[in-house]
Design a protein around this ligand. Structure first.
Ligand SMILES: *[C@@H]1O[C@H](CO)[C@@H](O)[C@H](O)[C@H]1NC(C)=O
Length: 437
């Protein structure tokens, strides 16, 4: 009897441990003040919370001279008490950890400030660390997430003619492809900073998480074995490998799970490579969360892009026009894609509202895309690589199969939170959660 009780206790612990996959919900607080259908309220946030294990509040920045943490929207965060309102939800959802993210793409000024912080030496870093701790305490956060803007990989064209090959060959030797000559030093400085920060936070039982932003090359900036112990979560924003902004002239899968071997694609532009990069350095799998976007990337197809839609799509012309909700050129969230897929209301539509042809991926390795070839006059061509609840679930399946920590969803405010596509609110978040169970 005793043995049985002990056994079931052990089993219970095991289930609790293996069943506790992370679902890290990125929450862009700027969504609170968006207009119209994009406005995301605290009530919407609460609906999402039933699925999340962590909420990452984005974003705060750092002050250019002193490197202290600063709100990027004091009116919302502080005067209107949005920090406090969000962290007050801890009382209702005590199992969720609320972290505050510094950086992202929101902090104006690009990577320079962050490089200055790394190069700034002990004293400046101590100012940063102390201000971070004070900030977390004042607003009742459970930890901080470092989403530092660091220099990004330079985009490279997959299809290049002979002249361009020669040019890039020359560039390679003239050092143009090296985006940061001091990357090695910066890596060491970042390691020290992360360790010092964690030491300070540990005393207050606060968490430290790392977000690796898209196209920030982990090999250059993160000494994985040296920093792993100091990090509670490692969130790999493994998407936006190709975007209309970075790669205006050709369109391709923007967040494939696995490498595509044909057409001279870069081997590191896929989720699996990014995950393996950390695993191969013996970082505990349970700390790694795979980033899944709730949006797609949309290019403008031209008459020269052909009509097969097969990626790599040539002769694109940068970003496709903005969608009606997110109003951002080149970006369509899942709802905006969903509304452009064939449905009773658009089946006979022409022009800019014509339905997109959807090409799904039965191998579940590369992702889905949808497109509409350019009209006779060259208008209305669009090609979009996107995540939908099925592909997001496939990625969650990958996470489970590899025993990783879980999924980081970027972000919940771009999910279909009103349930306008199929009636289910937060279909991406749900799909991921159910696959992780
Ligand atoms: C970093 O970039 C180099 C090429 O410059 C590449 O070989 C390497 O795989 C990249 N690392 C990661 C983790 O993407």
């Amino acid at each position: 009897m005793k043995l049985f009780a002990l056994l079931s206790l052990a089993l219970g612990l095991l289930v609790a441990q293996t069943g506790a996959a992370n679902l890290v919900c990125y929450y862009d607080s700027a969504s609170y003040i968006r207009e119209g259908q994009a406005q995301f309220s605290t009530a919407d946030l609460e609906i999402a919370l039933q699925f999340c294990t962590h909420v990452i509040y984005g974003y705060v920045g750092i002050k250019p001279e002193t490197f202290q943490l600063m709100s990027l929207n004091e009116n919302l965060d502080i005067q209107r008490r949005h920090f406090a309102t969000v962290t007050a939800l801890k009382e209702k959802y005590p199992h969720i950890k609320f972290l505050l993210s510094v950086g992202g793409d929101r902090d104006a000024g690009g990577h320079e400030k962050y490089i200055n912080l790394l190069e700034g030496g002990r004293q400046k870093q101590t100012t940063f660390i102390d201000s971070a701790r004070d900030f977390l305490r004042s607003y009742n956060f459970d930890g901080i997430d470092l989403a530092f803007q660091l220099p990004r990989n330079k985009p490279r064209k997959v299809h290049s003619d002979a002249g361009a090959v020669w040019k890039s060959f020359k560039k390679f030797f003239t050092g143009d492809f090296i985006v940061d000559e001091k990357a090695n030093e910066h890596k060491e400085e970042l390691t020290d900073l992360i360790k010092d920060l964690k030491n300070t936070l540990r005393a207050d039982n606060l968490l430290l998480s790392l977000t690796v932003l898209p196209n920030v090359n982990s090999s250059w900036y993160f000494d994985a074995p040296a920093i792993a112990d100091s990090l509670d979560l490692i969130n790999l924003a493994a998407f936006d490998f190709l975007t209309p902004e970075r790669n205006p002239e050709e369109a391709d899968y923007s967040a494939p799970l696995y490498e595509l071997y044909d057409q001279n694609r870069l081997p590191h532009y896929n989720v699996n490579f990014q995950v393996e990069n950390w695993l191969l350095q013996r970082v505990p799998a349970g700390k790694i969360n795979v980033g899944i976007p709730t949006f797609g990337r949309a290019w403008k197809m031209t008459k020269d892009s052909g009509n097969t839609g097969l990626p790599v799509v040539p002769a694109t012309e940068g970003a496709a026009p903005a969608g009606p909700i997110t109003k951002t050129p080149g970006l369509l969230n899942w709802l905006e894609v969903c509304q452009r897929l064939p449905n009773p209301s658009n089946i006979n539509a022409k022009g800019a509202d014509a339905p997109l042809r959807r090409i799904s991926d039965p191998t579940k390795r590369y992702g889905t895309y949808a497109f509409h070839t350019a009209d006779e006059d060259g208008a209305n061509g669009v090609w979009v690589s996107y995540e939908d609840p099925d592909t997001a679930a496939s990625k969650a399946g990958y996470v489970k199969a590899k025993n990783l920590g879980g999924v980081a969803l970027f972000d919940i405010t771009l999910d279909d939170f009103r349930g306008q596509c199929t009636g289910d609110k937060f279909p991406m978040l749900r799909a991921v959660k159910y696959r992780l169970l």
